[in-house]
Design a protein around this ligand. Structure first.
Ligand SMILES: C[C@@](CO)(OP(=O)(O)O)[C@H](O)COP(=O)(O)OP(=O)(O)OC[C@H]1O[C@@H](n2ccc(N)nc2=O)[C@H](O)[C@@H]1O
Ligand SMILES: Nc1ncnc2c1ncn2[C@@H]1O[C@H](COP(=O)(O)OP(=O)(O)O)[C@@H](O)[C@H]1O
Length: 300
């Protein structure tokens, strides 16, 4: 095999409940991930060493050195296999960078699946999931896709059944937000408020809404504990969320650590109309309509 292509989706968090700060610097979460139809593509080609090239709209914001998550993933896989392998990784980026949609995690998951195939390792999915969890809290979900609840740092996953397709609009922001800074702002706000931070619990009405495919109920139960922190760091997002609600979104929420805003629509037509309204009114410069759930990292 001289070249392998893998497609990997973005995610939105339909519930993100953040527990107290742990001693290791992470937070225990109840993180309900939902994979949506915005995809990065990772091509892996036979080569002497591991290199990366990034193409597409967001490519100039992606590191090409050892910080690149796809490179780190390929190296971790080679180490797990106990041999020195090479691969040229070519990423076609559609997922916004540092946008709260797990684009870097998607590329890491894509590189794991692509290199497992290119190098003929035949490692089982469970091994890839274990390597993924060491690379980042969101990487296991990028492998799995669908809709799933993540506990621990977000890396311990259980799949959740969904009763249909949900239609979304994403308002992409210019410039990303650092995930670590958003968590730190959340901690700061909690310290100032002095309120006790409760242990995160899975929302029963949210699970019910996902299971029945009821977009109205899902829209009413979207929640994100990082939203206030993201809005503090990027105040203009509040107007974007408001505008989506005014244009009939069933729910409007910051995606993960932001700054992408996610709007739940009634159906595909409503999603297209909502996307047009957000750009026509200047509430967003770039919008993307997408649907979920979709599968995780998939060999093409
Ligand atoms: C917030 C979420 C929601 O899904 O993703 P994004 O919206 O940024 O994509 C995740 O929790 C991000 O996951 P990921 O981007 O993989 O984060 P990691 O690389 O594991 O960690 C980056 C930093 O985020 C903070 N972090 C991450 C996960 C967690 N459970 N608690 C944390 O406090 C830590 O400060 C950590 O150093
Ligand atoms: N392949 C990659 N694609 C995007 N970002 C990457 C990649 N590898 C490393 N990064 C770094 O990870 C950071 C977070 O990116 P990303 O995963 O897109 O955001 P988020 O954590 O908000 O979902 C970026 O600012 C970038 O410096």
């Amino acid at each position: 095999m001289s070249s392998v292509t893998v497609r990997v989706p973005a995610k939105v968090n339909v519930q993100l409940s953040v527990g107290p700060l742990r001693e290791d610097g992470y937070h225990d979460l109840v993180n309900v991930f939902h994979a949506v139809s915005i995809f990065d593509e990772v091509v892996a080609k036979e080569a002497e060493s591991i290199t990366v090239t990034v193409n597409g709209r967001w490519s100039d914001q992606v590191p090409l050195d050892d910080d690149n998550l796809a490179i780190r993933a390929a190296r971790a896989l080679a180490k797990h296999a106990g041999r020195s392998y090479g691969a040229d990784l070519i990423i076609q980026k559609a997922i916004p960078v540092a946008g709260g949609m797990a684009g870097g995690s998607a590329d890491a998951a894509g590189a794991l699946v692509a290199c497992n195939e290119l190098w003929g390792l035949g490692l089982p999915f469970e091994d890839l999931m274990e390597i993924a969890g060491d690379l980042g809290s969101d990487v296991p979900f990028s492998l799995l896709g669908g809709t799933a609840v993540g506990t621990g740092r977000g890396e311990q996953l259980s799949e959740l059944p969904t009763g249909g397709t949900f239609h979304w609009v994403f308002a992409l922001a210019d410039g990303g937000l650092s995930t670590a800074k958003v968590y730190a702002e959340c901690d700061r706000q909690r310290e100032v408020s002095g309120a006790r931070v409760s242990w995160p619990e899975l929302s029963a009405p949210l699970i019910e809404a996902l299971g029945t495919g009821d977009a109205y109920a899902l829209g009413a139960h979207l929640s994100n504990d990082l939203q206030a922190a993201a809005l503090a760091l990027r105040p203009e997002l509040a107007a974007t969320l408001d505008s989506g609600r005014q244009h009939g979104a069933l729910g409007a929420i910051v995606s993960g650590s932001g700054p992408t805003c996610a709007f739940l629509a009634i159906d595909a037509t409503h999603a297209r109309d909502l996307a047009d309204s957000l750009t026509a009114t200047g509430a967003a410069t770039t919008t993307v309509a997408a649907h979920g759930p979709v599968t995780g990292a998939t060999l093409l």
